[in-house]
Write a protein that binds this ligand. Structure first.
Ligand SMILES: Nc1ncnc2c1ncn2[C@@H]1O[C@H](COP(=O)(O)OP(=O)(O)OP(=O)(O)O)[C@@H](O)[C@H]1O
Length: 578
């Protein structure tokens, strides 16, 4: 594990943090006093765990060693009292092993199956960190002969499970050990789940109770990938827990695809997304725009047919106008049902990997600041928060100056309102993936470039941009290492209160109060955005009280720069930079 981190040049603090929290270190620290106080016999023939709670096992191979060990141990009183070994063990049962496990509230942590060829009941897998694993006595491939004195020959796995469920106290297995124990040469891997998973709803999982449910965005520690279909993992937020089964990368991808294709009407709708021509919604003709005396504001139009296209308009409006423009278009938008209303939430992620490998990263003080990306439904207060944050310390926080192909006006300065470039230059920037977002308005192109963000970062400042969720993918690069903050609306009742006096368009144009439908739209949009892009959010801030949200934003921005965070491994491994 450590060598893995070293190779990735991960900051030592993160490694130390993980190391100190690792369950095996905690366990070692716990048993150390007992180990120094009493001898533990560890040998090929006899293995007796002195731990009062677990188990004991004798391999009936060398009776004298067995007796000697037994005598020594028998002088001590251990709790709970384990049952005596059966005395009718035939001499030829050399490879037979008897394992007693003391049942507690925890599950046994092993699964069994019927061998496809021999029909024997065998241990299918031992769950990492579970009772059986900690005992070190059960291995995948061990053949069960008896459970609590009952022969399992001819029984179905379910019947064996039934016997186990009825047993109280200790469970005694008689088994034939697997001839070759699996050698685990796995390194621990950390991944971000890019999809939700509910084992209880998965009929294919070998044992639903052993499954680990997870939600997109959660960080998982993968401890076992021996099985091509079912991996074992733990939530990084609870590393002391025993691992659970999760579908492997390959399997989860297959499941996503199957689910996607099984949705009624959905395949043709989504297939369209790869071929459809974006139908750009036009601004209402009667909108009067005075381009003077206002700062730049982005107007975002997402194609209602295909979410793959995201057109962003940059208009010389005061901040806050973005929303008004959207409201004006609402009629035409509502007439077309958006793609995400008809697609399963996994629609977007169907082509993406279900797990993203991540590592703990902490920015070095001499490194460039991480890009801060704000995402949120229209009207939630993204612009307001950004404006306030920059206003707190304009020397430290800054937006990126957009590019445009429109002509420079007399009162404008190149590089202040916009970078004025030719259409050819702009298009070259788009083709060479140097635009985070771009769009067209009244025949002119507008866009935010990576160069503009880089300029802010190179000055040692923190660059704050707000992007439509579709733009997140473009920004997620090794160079920018964006920290994505989702600005979420509070509940409807809270919004009714907090937005009582808020205006969705500035005084300059229309001063409109939030209507009930505006709030509802905000809530719906937030839900959809979270469902579709939640896996990318590093932080979620609920914007109820503006002041509090602003404080939270400031703290999140500092956390992003100064505290260890999980980031995609490709951002750190220089040889695989995207
Ligand atoms: N927590 C809040 N309490 C009260 N009013 C708020 C709060 N947050 C934002 N507002 C107000 O709501 C209005 C819309 O906010 P803002 O313009 O920042 O939204 P936005 O998310 O940028 O939306 P759009 O993208 O459509 O511009 C503004 O008048 C703003 O002052």
């Amino acid at each position: 594990e450590l060598s893995l981190f070293c190779k990735r040049d991960v900051n030592g603090v993160g490694v130390l943090y993980d190391l100190l929290r690792s369950p095996w270190l905690q366990a070692l620290l716990k048993v150390k006093p007992s180990l120094s106080a009493r001898p533990v016999f560890l040998g090929e023939q006899c293995l007796q765990l002195a731990s009062p709670s677990l188990c004991h096992v004798e391999i009936v191979e060398n009776p004298s060693a067995l007796l000697s060990a037994h005598d020594t141990v028998a002088q001590k009183d251990f709790e709970p009292i384990l049952p005596p070994l059966p005395d009718n063990i035939p001499e030829n049962e050399e490879a037979m092993r008897i394992v007693c496990l003391v049942k507690n509230k925890q599950p046994l942590g092993a699964t069994i199956k019927r061998h496809e060829i021999t029909g024997d009941i065998v241990v299918a897998r031992v769950i990492h960190g579970g009772l059986a694993d900690r005992s070190g006595l059960l291995y995948a491939g061990d053949k069960l002969v008896e459970v609590n004195g009952v022969s399992v020959e001819g029984l179905e796995p379910e019947q064996v499970i039934h016997i186990l469920s009825l047993s109280q106290g200790t469970i005694m297995f008689k088994l034939i050990p697997v001839s070759e124990r699996p050698v685990s040469n796995q390194t621990t891997l950390y991944v971000r789940a890019m999809a939700d998973y509910w084992p209880l709803q998965d009929s294919a999982i070998p044992c639903a109770d052993a499954g680990l449910p997870f939600k997109k965005g959660e960080i998982l520690q993968i401890v076992d990938q021996n099985d091509v279909l079912w991996w074992q993992a733990r939530q990084v937020s609870d590393l002391s827990a025993c691992a659970g089964l999760i579908p492997s990368n390959h399997l989860l991808k297959r499941k996503q695809r199957e689910f996607w294709w099984s949705q009624p009407f959905q395949p043709h709708v989504c297939l369209k997304s790869t071929i459809c021509e974006c139908k750009i919604l036009q601004l209402p003709d009667d909108m009067q725009i005075d381009e003077k005396c206002v700062e730049t504001v982005e107007l975002v139009i997402t194609c209602t047919h295909c979410l793959a296209f995201n057109i962003r308009y940059f208009l010389p409006f005061p901040a806050g106008f973005r929303r008004s423009m959207r409201l004006c278009r609402r009629k035409s938008q509502n007439s077309q049902q958006p793609c995400y209303a008809r697609c399963p939430s996994s629609c977007y992620s169907v082509a993406a990997a279900p797990y993203e490998e991540v590592v703990r990263y902490q920015r070095h003080p001499t490194d460039r600041n991480r890009l801060i990306v704000l995402v949120g439904p229209s009207g939630v207060g993204v612009n307001e928060l950004r404006r306030r944050l920059i206003g707190m310390n304009p020397h430290h926080f800054q937006s990126a100056v957009p590019h445009t192909t429109r002509a420079q006006k007399s009162y404008e300065e190149n590089g202040r309102e916009y970078h004025y470039v030719s259409k050819e230059t702009f298009e070259n920037m788009v083709y060479s993936h140097r635009m985070l977002e771009h769009g067209e308005y009244k025949g002119h192109l507008y866009g935010t470039s990576v160069d503009a963000v880089r300029t802010v970062l190179d000055e040692g400042k923190i660059c704050i941009v707000d992007l439509e969720p579709r733009g997140i993918q473009m920004a997620r690069t090794h160079e920018l290492k964006p920290y994505i903050i989702f600005i979420k609306p509070p509940s409807m009742s809270c919004m009714r209160q907090s937005r009582k006096n808020a205006r969705i368009i500035t005084d300059y144009y229309v001063n409109m109060k939030f209507k009930e439908e505006d709030l509802q739209e905000m809530e719906d949009c937030a839900k959809k955005t979270e469902a579709q892009f939640g896996q990318f959010f590093d932080q979620v801030i609920v914007n109820d009280n503006l002041q509090e949200a602003c404080v939270q934003l400031l703290s999140a921005v500092h956390q992003a720069q100064d505290e260890p965070q999980w980031v995609p491994a490709t951002w750190i491994c220089s040889d695989t930079q995207p």
